[in-house]
Design a protein around this ligand. Structure first.
Ligand code: SF4
Length: 616
């Protein structure tokens, strides 16, 4: 089986049993890898009765067919399970070096089942896997944990993915961290890991991914690298990081300010990627096999937010812990970002939930009695510092915040003011700036995720002409559903492959690499078909867990027009777009389920039977 190692490691933490199973080749052909493949497996293992924090919720670490090869920007892995934050499909993908190492250790994925009676970590090396005591690691931060494990196994090259205090204490949006600040952050996959008493997975291997056509693969990689070398966007990401897009996105009204209630924040210039490059940046950092190197290394030499060299904040973090809270102090934002990484917290959900609390405080919905006497004032990094620690420890008001913004809103009768969809805090791309993002958030299988479709890129000028995904007027709503659905299909394929969204190489190059790796015939249209199959599989997964048409909605806060900035007066007509979308998708407009015919046409017969019954 080319392009795959051909097996999955299965670890039962309850019994301590460790075994391997052959990778289902048929599933790989249909669902490619990554999140697509994980969803196909999890579909058979999770149902509406599965408690996301119960031992019965399996946790998947999965790679794609290009992970660990020389394919540019493909050194990624994904972690999937039923999400404790949303109760729906959970998926968090990460760069770094951990994913490739899983493949070098001869596994395409790791399935974690059950719950360990005491804290443990999984150690994989020299073709063997074993559970080791992690009681001495419990309570340690993510950086400390990685170093301690490398020391214990006496191998600095071991790659470690671990949780911090937030995962241990079951904060609902805990991340899994690896390498120098790389995060599988969204939907609380670190929380699932904590619920299993699994502190870390440490892996080391020496294998190689078997390729069907090695020479051809190498030639394609060389061609792609020369494209990257001349690409302006790649150069911009390398020099200024993803936070380099802040100025432009702010101009368009995409970057949210003051918890999505103000269209302008001129002081944000102090947070931009170019300011970072001129002040605290010590250099770029990269993931395995990636020529982009969009990661940041920063150092703050003095002052209140002093930091020895560590990972710097990327765009989402600069917005979530900066503009959303009206904090314009870059060293402070870098410090808050570092705290989240060390505790193992998703920076988007953390910043957004804290900002929501600030908004409720300002509106008088909550007061000092609820916040442990903390005065929540915009632009105050010291209070945010305290709150991040309280969330990770689930201490006082932090215990409420650790449940996420939907539950915070529910608790105080203000759910419609929470900037979340189905429990997941929306990404830092205001849907009033790009109407497509309204559909993206409302229909994403994760809730308010920008990682299932980054249509904001397309609508701000990065059209994908070879895929038939053009740039259209960003405020237009009519006819947009077709483009959004096509883009979601493409990104579902990318999340299965797994390729980083920041790569600007042609789509066809990645398809050529998949062909050379696996030996499969893969015409471009088949990639979109595979993406559509995965999209509908995730939808069927969620429908079975109780998601309906009524859940494809947005909170009122995000549908209020702003009186200033790049979106002044604009609010997308979500209902119109949804009507078109349901037609394009062939989803039932009453229940929200994919039609039986659609599921059957995609080869999802089992799902058709589950959702519609055996008859007709
Ligand atoms: S573009 Fe950035 S995040 Fe993506 S793989 Fe490369 S270094 Fe990692």
């Amino acid at each position: 089986m080319h392009g795959f190692m051909g097996k999955l490691l299965v670890v039962n933490l309850t019994s301590g049993d460790i075994s391997t199973v052959a990778l289902n080749e048929g599933y790989a052909r249909e669902f490619v890898g990554g999140a697509g493949l994980a969803c196909r497996y999890l579909y058979d293992m999770v149902d509406a009765d599965t408690d996301p924090l119960g031992s019965e919720n399996p946790l998947f670490f999965m790679t794609g067919p290009l992970t660990g090869t020389r394919a540019p920007s493909c050194g990624r892995f994904v972690v999937c399970a039923r999400s404790p934050l949303t109760g729906l499909w959970g998926e968090a993908n990460s760069g770094g070096f951990f994913g490739p190492e899983m493949r070098f250790a001869s596994y395409d994925g790791i399935i974690i089942k059950g719950k360990a009676p005491e804290p443990v970590y999984l150690h994989i090396a020299d073709g063997k896997a074993a559970l080791r005591d992690a009681t001495y690691l419990w309570g340690k931060g993510t950086y400390e944990t990685q170093e301690a494990i490398k020391k214990e196994v006496d191998d600095a090259k071991t790659k470690v993915a671990c949780i911090g205090l937030a995962g241990e204490n079951l904060a609902k949006y805990a991340a899994i961290m690896s390498d120098k600040g790389r995060a599988a952050a969204r939907t609380g996959m670190g929380t699932v890991m904590g619920s299993k008493n699994l502190k870390a997975v440490a892996v080391r291997g020496n294998g190689q991914v078997p390729l069907a056509e090695e020479k051809r693969f190498k030639t394609i990689v060389q061609e792609m690298l020369s494209i990257f070398a001349d690409d302006v966007l790649t150069e911009a990401f390398r020099v200024t990081g993803t936070a380099g897009t802040l100025d432009y996105l702010m101009l368009l009204g995409s970057t949210p300010n003051r918890y999505f209630t103000e269209g302008e924040f001129p002081e944000a210039e102090a947070l931009s990627g170019s300011t970072m490059a001129e002040t605290i940046l010590t250099g770029p950092s990269t993931c395995y096999g990636c020529p982009v190197a969009c990661g940041r290394k920063v150092e703050v030499k003095e002052g209140r937010y002093k930091l020895t060299e560590t990972k710097g904040p990327e765009y989402e973090t600069v917005a979530a812990l900066g503009t959303l809270l009206l904090i314009d102090d870059l060293p402070a934002v870098a410090y808050l970002s570092h705290l989240c990484d060390a505790y193992g917290l998703d920076t988007i959900s953390t910043g957004s939930t804290i900002a929501f609390a600030h908004y409720l405080f300002e509106c008088g919905v909550i007061g000092p009695a609820e916040t442990d006497s903390l005065a929540l004032q915009w632009g105050d990094p010291d209070t945010v510092t305290d709150l991040i620690g309280m969330i990770a420890r689930r201490e006082g008001f932090g215990d409420t915040l650790a449940e996420g913004s939907r539950r915070l809103g529910q608790r105080y009768g203000a759910e419609e003011l929470a900037a979340q969809v189905n429990g997941l805090e929306v990404g830092m791309h205001d849907l009033r700036a790009f109407s497509a993002m309204a559909l993206v958030y409302a229909t994403s299988p994760l809730g308010g995720s920008h990682n299932q479709s980054d249509m904001y890129w397309v609508e701000s000028g990065r059209s994908l002409d070879e895929l038939g995904i053009p740039m259209t007027d960003r405020f237009q709503v009519e006819g947009k559903a077709q483009t959004v659905a096509r883009h979601q299909d493409w990104r579902s394929f990318c999340n299965a492959l797994i390729v980083c969204y920041f790569s600007n190489a042609p789509a066809q190059s990645y398809i050529d690499l998949l062909v050379a790796a696996t030996g499969w015939e893969v015409p471009l249209d088949d990639t979109l078909l595979a993406g559509e199959r995965i999209w509908n599989l995730k939808r069927a997964f969620n429908c079975r867990l109780g998601l309906t048409r009524a859940d494809d909605r947005l909170p009122q806060l995000l549908l209020q027009p702003l009186s200033e900035g790049g979106t002044q007066g604009h609010v997308p007509d979500l209902e119109l777009m949804l009507r078109e979308y349901y037609e394009v998708r062939d989803w039932d407009p009453v229940t929200g389920k994919p039609s039986r015919e659609k599921l059957l046409s995609l080869g999802l017969g089992e799902m058709a039977k589950d959702l519609w019954g055996a008859g007709q």
